[in-house]
Design a protein around this ligand. Structure first.
Ligand code: C5P
Length: 217
């Protein structure tokens, strides 16, 4: 079967999805990493986030590969390991704009569907249950309050140059941009189960989703 995990930024999707995949013996696919890789490639090529035509040409010629790695997943961009390079603040601040372009989404969704065709996948993102894998056997919408999400990121970042308030505002802006875009926005699929992780530990969320998966097998 396939498991789709969607939700806003910082809800813990990637950590949870990776652990769920581990416990089920499934392959984990982080689709946010793909949009980040495109953003990094666009940055390097000097393509601005409003240039649909250049972005379209860029994605047509881009090779993105995801491989299981020590930190969950290694991301290869045209053969180069960009696992860390796609996590910079510059990429984070731009990715949502880049991800709003139709040619980018069409190309990446195609790739994501190919990866999921053989089943046994846990895929996380924003539009997996609603658009990429509408037939996924289990769909989870993982969320938490924006304050909690910002606090988690803040602790993770350990960066003195950014305040908690700033982070909260950036997360809220990214949520709004992901929710408002016209093409496959961040939305809860009708048949998705909502899990609010505000008061739960990662392990509790993982156990909950693994249990839900077993009821679908
Ligand atoms: O999951 P992560 O926060 O790394 O995703 C980065 C960005 O990529 C999101 O804010 C969103 O703009 C975009 N994204 C998307 N569709 C997905 C996954 C991510 O638009 N399926």
């Amino acid at each position: 079967m396939n498991v789709a995990i969607d939700g806003p930024a910082g809800a813990g999707k990637s950590t949870v999805a990776r652990k769920v995949a581990e416990q089920l013996g499934y392959v984990y696919i982080d689709t946010g990493a793909m949009y980040r890789a495109v953003t990094l490639a666009a940055n390097r090529a000097g393509i601005t986030s409003d240039d649909t035509e250049a972005l379209s040409a860029l994605v047509a010629d881009l090779h993105i590969r995801l491989m299981p790695g020590e930190q969950g997943q290694t991301v290869l961009l045209n053969g180069e390991d960009v696992t860390e390079g796609i996590r910079t603040r510059a990429v984070t601040l731009q990715v949502s704009q880049i991800a709003s372009h139709e040619p980018v989404r069409i190309r990446l969704v195609e790739l994501q569907r190919e990866l999921a065709a053989s089943k046994g996948i846990v895929m996380d993102g924003r539009d997996i249950g609603s658009h990429v894998l509408p037939d996924a056997e289990l769909k989870v919408f993982l969320t938490a309050s924006v304050g909690i999400r910002a606090l988690r990121r803040f602790k993770e970042l350990k960066d003195d140059s950014i305040t908690l308030e700033q982070l909260e505002q950036e997360i809220a802006e990214r949520d709004a941009s992901d929710e408002k875009r016209s093409i496959s926005p961040l939305i809860r699929a009708q048949d998705a189960i909502v899990v609010d992780s505000s008061e739960l530990t990662i392990d509790q969320v993982v156990a909950l989703i693994v249990d839900l998966s077993r009821t679908k097998m």
